[in-house]
Design a protein around this ligand. Structure first.
Ligand code: C2E
Ligand code: CA
Ligand code: CA
Length: 707
C-alpha cells in the first residue's frame, strides 16, 4: 500500500527478475510492517519541512481518520487535533522544530466520524548541514484503550480504598514476604495501632511485636500467645475470637491466598458476645436472687461428681426449704416475699464458703453444693449455722418477720456417686428434717430410702382405701360447758390399714395433702358425715375438717351444696373447720369462698386458733362463727398460768367479735371447771368423750326425749 498508494502517486514497474524479487521482498516487508503497526496500534509519519508535505502510514491514517485520498499537509493534521489541544500541539511542535529536539506529547484527536481518540506522538527533527530543519518524522501511538483501562483501574482502586476505609471490619493484607501491604482505618482503630507505623508498610512481625509490647494478648491463654508470637499465620483458613485489654472482643478471620499472601479481617463482636453471655446467664440463673438455678446447680453437681470419680475426694449436697415462707408471702404480699428471698439468699451465700454453689431451685427451695468435704461433721456445723442465720428476724418495711429453714444433707460418695441419687437423698433428708418439726437439719440415712419406698406403698394403699370406701369416721362430742349438753360432733377420719393396723390421721392426712388425695378423701368424709347426720333424730351439728388443698378448689361451695342436696342435710347443721393456712394461702379467694359458704347457711370455725400466724388480723377480716382454742393452750393451763391468761384473752376476743369459742383437748374436770367459769361456750376433749364410731353415741343422737 505504501508503494501503490504512496503520496507520490508513482507506480513503478520493475524491469528485471532480480529487481522483481527485490520488489517482492520489499512488498513482503511492507506487508509485515502494516500488520505489526495495526496490531500494536502504532503508526509512523514523516513531514518534509520544506515542501510541507507529509506521509502517514496506514495505521497513522486510521488513527487520524484520514481517507486514502487525503493529501497530508500540516493543515488537516493540525485540524484533526481536538480544539483543546490544537494550540498546545502547534506551539510545542514549533518549539521543538526550532530547537531541533526530540519531542513527545499526548493529544486528543477528533476523527471525522466525531470519535475522540487519545494519541501519544513521538518525533524527531532532522536538519541539513546548514542547520535548517528539513524533515520531521516519528510515531504515533493510539493509547485510547490504555488510558481507558488506566482510568478504570484508578476508579477501581479509589473505590477499593474507600470501601476498605469505610467498612466495618478491620482488614490487613499481608504479602508472601510477611509485609502488611494493606491496613484499613478500621483495623488501626480496632487494634489501636499507630497509624504512622501502619502506613510505613511494616512487616507483620513488627506489628505483632508492637502488640506484645502493649500487652495486647494479656487476656489470651499462653498457648495462643505463643502461636501469635510465631507469626500466627497458617496455610489454612481459620477463625478465632480474642478479647483485647480494653474489653472489645474481636472475631479474627485469616484467609491464606494461593500466592502465599493472606487477608486477615477483624470484626468487633463485643456486643454479640455480651448478648450471648447475658442470655446464657439468664438461662442458668434465677432472676430474683441472681443465684444459679436448678439447671446450673445440676450441671455443677454432675461436674463435681465426675471429678470426684477420677481424682477422689468428697462433696455434699444440701437441700433447703424455708419454713413459713408462704405465710409471709401471702400476708405481706409478693414484694415482701421477694425481698425476703433475696435477703435469705444473701445470708446463705455469706455462710457458704466461696467457690461453693448456692442455687435457688424455685419458690422457697434452695440447694447448696459444697465441693470439698472431708468429714460429715463439717456439714452438720454448716447446716446448723445456716439454720441459725435464717432464723434471725428480718425487717420488711416496718415489720419484723421471722422464717426458718429445714436442711437435708447427702454426701458423695457415701450416699451416692450419681447426681440424681445424691440430690434425691438430700431431698429425702430434707423431708425428714421437716417431719422432725422444721427449723432443723438432717443428714441422709439409708433408712430414709426405705421410708420413701414405704411412703409410696402407703400412698397406693390410701388411694385404694379411699376408692374402696374402707376409711372409717369417728365422732367426737362437743358439749356446752355450762350444762354439759352435747350439741354436736367433730368428724375425724380413721384408717385401719389391713397390714399396718391403725394409722394416725396426722400421717395419712399429711400424705393425702401432699399427694392431692385429700380432695377425694375430703369429699368422702363430708358426704358420709352428712348422710349420717341427716339420718339422726336430733338435729345435732357435725363439724367437718376442711384441708387447705380442698379450699383452693374454686368449686368448693357448689360441691358442698351438691352434697347437702344429695344427703338432705340442712346447711345450718354443718360446720366447717378451717385453719389459718387456708386463709393465708390466698387471702382474697378465701374471703370470697367463706362468704359464699356462710351465705348458704353453713357455719365456719377457725380450728387450732393460736398456733397460726396472724390470728387477730384474720379474725377481723373473716366471718367465722366460732373459734376453736388449740388444745396446746388447754393442756398447758395447769402448769402454765400464762396459758390461762391466753385462754381468757381469746375468750374475750371471740366474744367481742361475736364469735362462739370452743376449747379443744379438755381432759380434766379442772380444765372444764376453769373454762366454764371463764365463759367458754363449748368444750371438746377426752373428758367429754373420745372420738368413737357413731354407734357408741346412739342414745344421744336418737334420744328424742332429751330435746
Ligand atoms: P384436729 O382437727 O385438731 O382434731 C382434733 C384432734 O385432737 C383429733 O386428733 C382428736 O382425736 C384429738 N383430740 C380430741 N380430744 C382430745 C383430747 O382431749 N386430748 C388429746 N390429746 N387429743 C384430743 P386426730 O383424730 O388424730 O386428728 C388429727 C388431725 O387430723 C385433726 O386435728 C385434723 O386436723 C386432721 N383430720 C382428721 N380427720 C380429718 C378429715 O376428715 N379431714 C381433714 N381435712 N383433716 C382431718
Ligand atoms: Ca378440727
Ligand atoms: Ca383442732
Amino acid at each position: 500500500m505504501l508503494i501503490s498508494a504512496s503520496q507520490s502517486g508513482d507506480v513503478v514497474v520493475p524491469p528485471t527478475r532480480e529487481a522483481a524479487q527485490a520488489w517482492t521482498s520489499i512488498a513482503e516487508a511492507h506487508r509485515l510492517l502494516v500488520m505489526a503497526e495495526e496490531m500494536a496500534h502504532v503508526g509512523h509519519w514523516q513531514f518534509d519541512q520544506i515542501s510541507g508535505l507529509g506521509y502517514f502510514s496506514d495505521e497513522a491514517r486510521r488513527m487520524f481518520g484520514f481517507a486514502e485520498d487525503v493529501t497530508i499537509t500540516r493543515e488537516p493534521v493540525l485540524n484533526a487535533y481536538h480544539p483543546e489541544d490544537r494550540a498546545r500541539v502547534l506551539a510545542l511542535l514549533n518549539d521543538h522544530i526550532a530547537a531541533g529536539t526530540r519531542f513527545e506529547y499526548p493529544a486528543k484527536i477528533v476523527q471525522p466520524s466525531g470519535e475522540v481518540r487519545e494519541l501519544l506522538v513521538r518525533g524527531r527533527c532532522d536538519r541539513n548541514p546548514e542547520g535548517t530543519a528539513v524533515v520531521t518524522f516519528g510515531t504515533v501511538l493510539d493509547v485510547t484503550e490504555i488510558r481507558r483501562t488506566e482510568q478504570r483501574l484508578q476508579e477501581t482502586s479509589t473505590l477499593l480504598t474507600n470501601t476498605l476505609n469505610t467498612m466495618d471490619q478491620g482488614l490487613l493484607m499481608i504479602d508472601a514476604d510477611g509485609i502488611v501491604q494493606v491496613c484499613n482505618a478500621r483495623a488501626i482503630e480496632l487494634l489501636e495501632l499507630p497509624a504512622a507505623m501502619m502506613q510505613s508498610k511494616p512487616s507483620f512481625s513488627t506489628v505483632v511485636r508492637y502488640q506484645q509490647e502493649q500487652d495486647d494478648f494479656a487476656k489470651s491463654d499462653p498457648s495462643f500467645q505463643g502461636w501469635v508470637a510465631s507469626g500466627g499465620l497458617e496455610s489454612r483458613p481459620q477463625t478465632y475470637e480474642r478479647e483485647r485489654p480494653n474489653g472489645t472482643v474481636l472475631e479474627i478471620r485469616t484467609v491464606p491466598l494461593s500466592d502465599g499472601s493472606a487477608v486477615r479481617t477483624f470484626t468487633d463482636i463485643t456486643e454479640r458476645k455480651q448478648n450471648e453471655r447475658r442470655i446464657a446467664h439468664m438461662a442458668r440463673h434465677d432472676d430474683l436472687t441472681d443465684l444459679p438455678n436448678r439447671t446450673l446447680f445440676h450441671e455443677c453437681l454432675n461436674q463435681r461428681l465426675d471429678a470426684l470419680q477420677r481424682r477422689g475426694g468428697g462433696c455434699a449436697v444440701l437441700c433447703l426449704d424455708l419454713d413459713r415462707f408462704k405465710a409471709v408471702n401471702d400476708t405481706f404480699g409478693h414484694l415482701a416475699g421477694d425481698a425476703l428471698l433475696r435477703e435469705m439468699a444473701g445470708r446463705l451465700k455469706r455462710i457458704v464458703p466461696a467457690g461453693d454453689v448456692v442455687a435457688r431451685l424455685g419458690g422457697d427451695e434452695f440447694a447448696i453444693l459444697v465441693s470439698d468435704v472431708d468429714r460429715s461433721e463439717t456439714m452438720s456445723d454448716l447446716a446448723a449455722r445456716l439454720v441459725a442465720a435464717v432464723k434471725v428476724p428480718t425487717l420488711i418495711g416496718a415489720q419484723s418477720v421471722q422464717v426458718g429453714v429445714s436442711v437435708g444433707i447427702a454426701l458423695a460418695p457415701e450416699h451416692g456417686v450419681n447426681g440424681e441419687t445424691v440430690f434425691r437423698r438430700a431431698d429425702l433428708a430434707l423431708y425428714q428434717a421437716k417431719a422432725d418439726g422444721r427449723g432443723t437439719f438432717r443428714m441422709f440415712e439409708f433408712a430414709f430410702d426405705d421410708r420413701a419406698a414405704d411412703r409410696l406403698s402407703l400412698e397406693i394403699d390410701l388411694r385404694h382405701a379411699i376408692s374402696s370406701g374402707t376409711l372409717a369416721l369417728h365422732y367426737q362430742p362437743q358439749a356446752r360447758s355450762d350444762t354439759g349438753e352435747i350439741v354436736g360432733f367433730e368428724v375425724l377420719a380413721r384408717w385401719d390399714h389391713p397390714v399396718r393396723g391403725s394409722i394416725a390421721p396426722a400421717t395419712f392426712i399429711g400424705l393425702a395433702e401432699e399427694t392431692g388425695l385429700i380432695l377425694p378423701l375430703g369429699e368422702l368424709v363430708l358426704r358420709a358425715a352428712c348422710r349420717e347426720a341427716a339420718g339422726w333424730a336430733r338435729p345435732l351439728k357435725i363439724a367437718v375438717n376442711l384441708s387447705p388443698r380442698q379450699f383452693s378448689d374454686v368449686d368448693l361451695p357448689e360441691r358442698i351444696l351438691a352434697i347437702l342436696a344429695e344427703t338432705g342435710l340442712s346447711p345450718a347443721r354443718l360446720e366447717l373447720e378451717v385453719t389459718e393456712t387456708v386463709i393465708i394461702n390466698d387471702l382474697e379467694r378465701a374471703r370470697a369462698v367463706l362468704h359464699r359458704l356462710r351465705a348458704m347457711g353453713i357455719h365456719i370455725s377457725m380450728d387450732d386458733f393460736g398456733t397460726g400466724y396472724s390470728s387477730l388480723a384474720t379474725l377481723q377480716a373473716f366471718p367465722f362463727d366460732k373459734i376453736k382454742i388449740d388444745q396446746s393452750f388447754v393442756s398447758s393451763m395447769d402448769a402454765n398460768p400464762q396459758s390461762k391468761a391466753i385462754v381468757r384473752a381469746v375468750l374475750g376476743l371471740g366474744h367481742s367479735l361475736k364469735m362462739g369459742v370452743v376449747a379443744e383437748g379438755v381432759e380434766t374436770a379442772a380444765q372444764l371447771q376453769f373454762l366454764s367459769a371463764s365463759g367458754c361456750d363449748e368444750v371438746q376433749g377426752y373428758f367429754i368423750g373420745r372420738p368413737q364410731p357413731v354407734e357408741i353415741f346412739g342414745d344421744i343422737i336418737h334420744a328424742i326425749d332429751r330435746l
